[in-house]
Design a protein around this ligand. Sequence first.
Ligand code: V3L
Length: 88
Amino acid sequence: RELNYQWFYEGRNGWWQYDARTNKEIEDAYQSEATTCQVLVVGLVFVVDFTRMLQYRIRDPSKRRKIKRDLSDAPMKGIAGISASRLD
Ligand code: V3L
């Protein structure tokens, strides 16, 4: 059976999935063996750092969030700030 992977960022007591477009950008960068990439979400530019496995706002690197690449069916709070209970 095929295993599907997804990128997640840290929330309060749980993980959020990146939205599908951003997830693809991150996965493409990861597959190209980049050490970092930048993504634009909610009007903010974030640095995704594959070496330290965290993301932070480029304008305010003090607020860091852990990230992980995990199976797409791993437990999550929702997608990009939309609670799982409100999806589908
Ligand atoms: N995708 C979408 N929104 C993001 C992302 C991202 N990758 N990274 C940060 N934000 P900061 P709980 C998050 C949002 O890191 O209840 C969640 O998506 C971030 O939203 O502080 O704590 C939820 O919407 C925050 O609003 O610089 O688990 C919300 O937090 C803003 O960008 C609450 O989640 C600044 O992020």
